[in-house]
Design a protein around this ligand. Structure first.
Ligand SMILES: [Zn+2]
Length: 248
């Protein structure tokens, strides 16, 4: 995958990565921020797992749909979206949409999946508020980003943290590299022109969420084009944007 670094950061080569764990607050978050890159990962033979903290039960726009049906609808949409980019391992934690806090319990639940999956690389939301993007700064995104980073360091790698995990037979695991989506200082812009159609297909699977978006593909081309320009890629390229952290 071609990529450009805006400032010096050493990014693991995809050929040194076997497993990736992606954590998000809501169904559709991953597809807006990272599905093009994830499609390239799975095409390269990397195993990818999704961990979605809430079923998006505060989402949807159609008042005729009973609210009790929303979690099932959105989980099915996310599962279908994942298939479009080669991901079949999709896990849900069942926290309540709009009420997520970076609690010890959430840290433990994310650390548990880190120890189960043993990823080389993780993709997680930015824990900081951005005054440039209110939707990107949704409180659930910030809480999930913060709990994920704490689960990466120290919880998952400290064998004595959350002793119930060791009691479940889960050994400590250190994640070598973490990519923030929507981070304050993006430093990695993977080119996604070759997988853009798969990203669009993944987003179209979120039927309940995109009903009000008139030109989904055009909107995405605009955003991904802006990322490519920020990353110094040739005119006409499309890219996603990440802030890569060394968490080894
Ligand atoms: Zn979200």
């Amino acid at each position: 995958m071609a990529s450009v670094h805006a400032y010096d950061v050493s990014v693991l080569s995809d050929s040194d990565v076997s497993r990736v764990l992606v954590v998000a607050a809501h169904p559709d978050d991953i597809d807006f921020s990272a599905a093009g890159t994830i499609a390239a990962f799975t095409e390269a033979g990397i195993e990818v797992t999704y961990l979605i903290v809430t079923p998006g039960d505060a989402g949807g726009f159609d008042p005729a749909v009973p609210r009790s049906e929303i979690p099932g609808i959105r989980q099915a949409e996310q599962t279908a979206a994942a298939k479009q980019v080669g991901v079949s391992d999709v896990r849900f934690l069942g926290y309540s949409d709009g009420r997520v806090e970076a609690t010890l319990e959430l840290r433990r639940d994310i650390a548990r999946v880190i120890r189960q999956v043993r990823p080389d690389r993780m993709l997680i939301p930015n824990p900081e508020r951005s005054y440039q993007s209110m939707p990107g700064s949704h409180p659930d995104h910030r809480a999930v980003g913060s709990a994920s980073l704490d689960a990466i360091y120290p919880d998952a790698r400290n064998p004595f943290a959350h002793p119930e995990l060791a009691a479940e037979g889960l050994e400590a695991w250190a994640v070598r590299e973490t990519w923030l989506t929507g981070g304050p200082q993006p430093n990695h812009y993977p080119e996604i022109s070759a997988t853009f159609h798969r990203k669009v297909a993944a987003l179209r699977a979120h039927v309940s969420q995109i009903v009000n978006i008139e030109d989904l593909e055009g909107m995405l081309r605009g955003w991904m084009g802006r990322n490519a320009r920020a990353g110094g890629l040739p005119e006409g390229s499309l890219a996603e944007a990440f802030q890569v952290l060394d968490t080894a």
